[in-house]
Design a protein around this ligand. Structure first.
Ligand SMILES: [Zn+2]
Ligand SMILES: [Zn+2]
Length: 225
């Protein structure tokens, strides 16, 4: 096969609606879409219509790779609104993908080499001057996005199979009660007891423990090390 034929076969076809959803044209949302697409392939499943795929994003705050999460949600259907994506805030460009009925989960990491390959691009010269992606010249954005779309999965990602990944999703419930202080409805699992009263987290002056309540055991023990 000639290189020309190969590049035609490997140019990734990113749906235009994903940019509309994400809001701007940047390289990271497309990387996330490709990561999510690869996760579907590795797990042998299609995009989730309902509550199937769960994603544990290792990304944190304050780094531009967070844009990838919109791509991951778009590709997999594991959306924030459906409660299917969690952030672990490790500050790593990786995500874990778990699907009900599958024994193993998949962890995908954006290779250091590809991160290093993108880093010197003109796109980041603008970003470092505080210019938002929408303010960067179109040809600069197109060029960096094409680098992403023309890369092979092997150039982009490290894939690890997480064997026997145990995860029990939180069971959905419509049960709610009124907070005895502010009177607003609260879903039951979020009610706390303060001075003998059932109250919401805001009125209890307690921190939300949610982050440590429902993450998979394997992730909790790993992060505790
Ligand atoms: Zn973006
Ligand atoms: Zn309250």
């Amino acid at each position: 096969m000639s290189n020309n034929e190969k590049s035609k076969l490997t140019k990734f076809n990113l749906p235009e609606w994903t940019f509309e959803f994400h809001g701007h044209r940047c390289p990271f949302m497309p990387i996330g879409f490709r990561m999510g697409t690869l996760a579907l392939e590795k797990l042998g499943v299609g995009k989730s219509f309902d509550h199937q795929m769960h994603v544990f994003s290792e990304m944190g705050v304050g780094h531009p790779q967070g844009c990838m999460q919109d791509g991951i949600m778009s590709a997999t259907g594991a959306t924030f609104g459906k409660g299917m994506i969690e952030k672990l805030n490790y500050g790593k460009v990786a995500a874990i993908f778990w699907y009900p009925g599958k024994k193993d989960a998949v962890r995908i990491f954006l290779k250091n080499e590809f991160q290093d390959k993108l880093a010197p691009h003109e796109f980041f010269k603008y970003r470092k001057q505080g210019i938002e992606p929408s303010g960067i010249p179109e040809e600069v954005r197109k060029d960096i996005i094409d680098i992403v779309l023309n890369a092979t999965n092997e150039e982009l990602f490290n894939v690890t199979i997480l064997e026997n990944f145990k995860y029990t999703p939180v069971k959905g419930s419509f049960n709610k009660a009124k907070c005895e202080v502010c009177g607003e409805y609260v879903f039951e699992r979020y009610l706390r007891v303060k001075d003998g009263k059932k109250v919401c987290i805001a009125c209890s002056e307690r921190e939300s423990e949610e982050a440590i309540i429902h993450l998979p055991n394997s992730l909790i023990s790993k992060s505790a090390k």
